[in-house]
Design a protein around this ligand. Structure first.
Ligand code: PBG
Length: 323
């Protein structure tokens, strides 16, 4: 017998064969599209480092959601930008906040599009941190109350899923308790269980106007070199009642996604964050890479690592290519 007997190239010879042996597929079903809600009407303000991504008023958000829905993308996640910020981030839990208004308007227009809301205080606080600050420190337990209040106000506005992204300890349990007490036991919690203190969030902070005014988030978000700790974070959120767990960012943390997929039998999401988007857009603009191919390869690699949901600014573009 002649070597080699097994030739892996045999099943790569043409696109039909490749299609038959393909292990991972991308579909618009996998995508969650992030949207930034501002006050006013007719507002459509593009983010400098995120071409194609806009701060949108509620009327524009509804328009955008119709397009998302037509592309068969099942869900959007809302971030709010308030007119006024204060020490306690009051607009986060104001029934007339931008996220609450946007959630209600979307559910009214498109009842079967899933509305996810980001539950955090950093867009709403004058200091830009994700909780109550005292003597330069972000206080954990007093913040839980405000996060729970925020989640309940989102549920009252019609949110189907709430996504706590603050990284305070014990917030999933506090939010689950508050939602159940208020009669929202059906509202899903998608927790940012494993969220790293990442430089890849840079462009988002411009979009959400949420850059910390002093210090950074390293005292509450995870340290990038840690992996075992990520498993512990995931375990905690699952115990506290999270329905979906998330890893964030996605591409620099594919190892974490894969380890969590192996260990836990929970729906798993990954956030392909702003910096991951901006780098592809910048490289493509310079003609240094093929933007479309890099986008599709990145998204399928996140699926291959084990996430079934991908929060991504590429959602519409990728869905169009898949459609
Ligand atoms: C809020 C929040 C952030 C992101 C999602 N929710 C920023 C941060 O923690 O500073 C980042 C998303 C992105 O970069 O696309 N806490």
């Amino acid at each position: 017998m002649q070597y080699p007997i097994y030739r892996p190239r045999r099943t790569r010879r043409n696109e039909t064969l490749r299609r038959m042996v393909r292990e991972t597929r991308l579909s618009p079903d996998n995508f969650i599209y992030p949207l930034f809600a501002v006050h006013g009407t007719g507002v459509r303000r593009e983010i400098g480092a995120m071409p194609g991504v806009f701060q949108l008023s509620v009327d524009e958000i509804v328009r955008e959601c119709r397009e998302v829905h037509d592309l068969a993308i099942p869900a959007v996640i809302l971030f709010g930008i308030p007119d006024r910020k204060d020490e306690r981030g009051s607009e986060a839990y104001d029934p007339n906040g931008t996220v609450q208004k946007a959630a209600a308007a979307i559910k009214d227009a498109l009842p079967d599009l899933m509305v996810i809301t980001d539950v955090c205080l950093c867009e709403y606080t004058s200091h830009g941190h994700c909780g109550i600050v005292e003597n330069g420190e972000v206080l954990n337990d007093p913040t839980l109350e405000l996060l729970a209040q925020t989640a309940v106000s989102h549920a009252q506005a019609g949110a189907d899923i709430v996504g706590p992204s603050d990284m305070m300890d014990g917030r999933v349990a506090a939010i689950r308790d508050a939602l159940d007490d208020e009669g929202f036991s059906d509202v899903v919690i998608m927790s940012y269980a494993v969220k790293y203190a990442s430089a890849f969030y840079g462009p988002f902070r411009e979009a959400a106007e949420s850059t910390p005014q002093f210090g950074d988030r390293r005292a509450y978000q995870m340290d990038p070199p840690n992996a075992v700790e990520a498993l512990r974070e995931a375990a905690l959120d699952i115990e506290e009642g999270a329905d979906i767990i998330m890893v964030k960012p996605a591409l620099p943390y594919l190892d974490i996604i894969a380890r969590i997929r192996e260990r836990y039998d929970m729906p798993l999401a990954a956030y392909n964050v702003s910096g991951e988007y901006s780098m592809v857009k910048a490289g493509a603009k310079l003609d240094w890479i093929d933007g479309e191919r890099v986008m599709m390869e990145s998204l399928v690699s996140i699926r291959r690592a084990g996430a079934q949901m991908i929060l991504t600014y590429f959602a519409k573009e990728a869905a169009k290519l898949l459609g």
